[in-house]
Ligand binder design. Structure first.
Ligand code: PMV
Length: 366
């Protein structure tokens, strides 16, 4: 599939009016990680994630049609009720880069308001939920202006546009599990956008993700810099091949409901991501002693009780504790009694697999 989400100008024969759209879009947690990119935000290896429920962004875009065309849209942006110049500049740059995908941007002024369900400084990456919420709004406006009803390609385009904003955001436009990037599993999985993973055993249908905030301090090395460091990482080629192999294995495990095999790959993958950081040049470490304490506690508890409870990590020190719904009571008691003490001021978000993005009424609260 080539980069073919080129849009059409606002049709002359359709009555166009000013309007407002709003979407709530979730964050997601990758089990096979996207780490390393090339070209226009294309992944070096496929990734597999599931969408969350409680960690999400609400974005509302009001558009005003202009008769005369300009190079790009003009935008005003506020975050959590306050005008935010830094985010506004970033969004303006992003909009400038997608005018060929959405030619209507030449004829609109946009007023964008956004808010997260989780605190901005919680150490939870907001780019997946925020970029996907914005991409869903922009795709929705295109559909509204051209009088098109939402169809299957709506989410493909929204995923494609999300990817251009932040790679991992491409995976936030669906519920449950999805895959972004070419894999030998099936030709439907491509680098340009994410696609749902359809064969899921019931044991994995309502996974939990207890997000333990070890530190809310901004990361010393951003994901953008981390992706770049992969270019000269001596283990890069092996890593990409391993990620491809592990994704195919994990998809089979998810289909067949093999819980321990699932945990083995998920944990290996989390530690591989951090190992890559440690052997970059310059080397860096994002996990903290408390992250390791939590990891060790989880492994000990699993060994002693046989409870299927696992960890994964994003590009930071916070630990995501993953377990099936069938062991929720036991797992939650363990998290509350043994793990929250390692968190910064006990901070955490009890999250779980979610229903994907939702169109929301702008009359609500934003
Ligand atoms: O989407 P980015 O550029 O912020 O990269 C995210 C990379 C990881 O979160 C570490 C892994 C992933 O696949 O989400």
């Amino acid at each position: 599939m080539s980069d073919n989400f080129i849009g059409k100008p606002i049709p002359k024969n359709v009555e166009t009016r000013d309007g407002v759209v709003a979407w709530r879009s979730p964050s997601n947690i990758a089990l096979i990680k996207y780490w390393g990119k090339h070209g226009r935000q294309l992944p070096r290896n496929p990734s597999l994630s599931f969408s969350l429920s409680n960690a999400h962004t609400d974005t509302q875009v009001s558009y005003t049609i202009r008769e005369e065309s300009q190079e790009t849209a003009s935008v005003s942006f506020s975050f959590e009720g306050k005008k935010n110049a830094a985010f506004e500049a970033r969004i303006q740059k992003f909009l400038d880069s997608i005018v060929t995908n959405f030619p209507y941007l030449k004829n609109v002024d946009l007023d964008i308001k956004s808010q997260n369900s989780f605190p901005h400084s919680s150490g939870i990456a907001s780019s997946a939920s925020s970029m996907s919420a914005l991409a869903l709004c922009l795709t929705d406006i295109e559909y509204e202006l051209s009088g098109k009803a939402t169809d299957a390609s709506f989410f493909l385009k929204a995923s494609y546009i999300s990817r251009l904003g932040s790679g991992s955001a491409s995976r936030s436009v669906y519920k449950d599990f999805c895959v972004w990037g070419e894999t030998s599993l099936d030709e439907k999985y491509v680098d340009e956008y994410a696609v749902p993973l359809d064969k899921v055993h019931p044991v994995f249908e309502a996974l939990h993700d207890d997000i333990l905030i070890v530190s809310s301090v901004e990361k010393s090395v951003s994901s953008t810099a981390g992706h770049k460091l992969m270019e000269d990482n001596p283990y890069a080629d092996i890593r990409y091949a391993e990620a491809r192999r592990k994704l195919v294995a994990l998809a089979g495990i998810i289909e067949q409901g093999q819980v321990s095999a699932f945990g083995k790959i998920v944990e290996e993958e989390a530690l591989s991501l951090h190992a890559l950081m440690m052997c970059s040049d310059p080397s860096y470490v994002l996990i903290e002693p408390a992250s390791l304490e939590i990891i060790n506690e989880i492994r000990k508890f699993r060994k002693e009780t046989g409870t299927p409870i696992f960890f994964t990590l994003d590009a930071g020190p916070n630990v995501h504790v993953i377990y099936p719904d069938s062991v929720q009571k036991k797992a939650r008691e363990f998290v509350e009694s043994k793990l929250l003490i390692h968190c910064e001021d006990g901070r955490h978000i009890f999250d779980r697999m979610g229903d994907g993005p939702q169109k929301i009424s702008y009359k609500n609260k934003i």
